[in-house]
Design a protein around this ligand. Structure first.
Ligand code: DC
Length: 237
């Protein structure tokens, strides 16, 4: 059924700038513009342009679950406690005018999911099999209903193995930490560059070495480095 997805683009590790939401925008620009036009229309004989593509930031799902555990005072690393709390969560994923909205038990938590604490909690809960399982169908059914550019570490390997185009987008830790730092500053958060950098490196290590669905490129993924500018990356693409 996943083969029905018109433009199933799995963009693993589009955390090239260390921010799911911002990465989503970059993914949108990059993939929709460069990939959809150049690769799909250049090399595949498709007759019509998909009229609508949803940009799906899957990291935000893990971030909401991490945030819920923090709300409840549950240690996000405690697999049993986290697994046991999942049935108290209702996550609704929807799209309004091209913008992804997630309701956690009915509430859009906005930027709360982007704090350093929520980031670490997201990374911790994402290593727990029951959490990944919990989010699996939601991600697949979203891709089945819509043309999607889906951003997440396991999209090309686990969630959408039949994606038409898979891009593994990376960037140097320094470039990503700098972008995330600038983003947090712009939001008025008080953080140091070192803290952002160290937490990012720790999170990367968790995410790429975990046993289940680690952040690794699919065998058929296109590798893209986004350490420099978006323009440069688009040129390469
Ligand atoms: O992309 P992000 O930084 O918003 O993701 C937050 C965390 O969620 C990240 O540390 C790992 C996890 N994650 C994942 O395991 N699988 C995904 N498809 C997306 C995110």
């Amino acid at each position: 059924a996943l083969r029905e997805t018109r433009v199933g683009i799995g963009a693993e590790n589009v955390n090239a700038n260390a921010s799911g939401a911002y990465a989503g925008e970059i993914a949108a620009d990059m993939l929709v513009e460069a990939v959809q036009w150049k690769i799909l229309y250049g090399y595949h004989d498709w007759h019509s342009k998909p009229t609508h593509t949803e940009i799906v930031d899957t990291g935000a799902l893990y971030r909401n679950i991490g945030l819920f555990m923090l709300d409840e005072g549950i240690d996000p690393k405690d697999a049993e406690a986290v697994g046991g709390a999942l049935d108290k969560i209702n996550i609704e994923l929807k799209f309004e005018n091209g913008k992804q909205i997630i309701l956690l038990n009915g509430v859009d938590r906005g930027d709360e999911i982007r704090t350093p604490a929520a980031s670490m909690a997201a990374s911790a809960v994402s290593a727990i099999p029951s959490v990944r399982n919990y989010l699996l169908d939601m991600q697949r059914s979203t891709a089945k209903k819509n043309s999607v550019v889906m951003d997440g570490r396991d999209i090309g390997t686990v969630i959408l193995p039949y994606a038409v185009v898979k891009i593994f987008l990376t960037a140097s830790p320094e470039a990503r930490a700098r972008r995330r730092y600038d983003e947090l500053l712009a939001k008025g958060q008080t953080v140091s560059y070192e803290q952002v950098y160290n937490e990012m490196v720790e999170r990367d290590k968790n995410d790429s070495t975990r046993k289940i669905a680690p952040a690794v490129p699919a065998a058929d993924a296109i590798m893209l480095d986004n350490s420099e500018s978006l323009e440069k990356t688009l040129e390469t693409a």
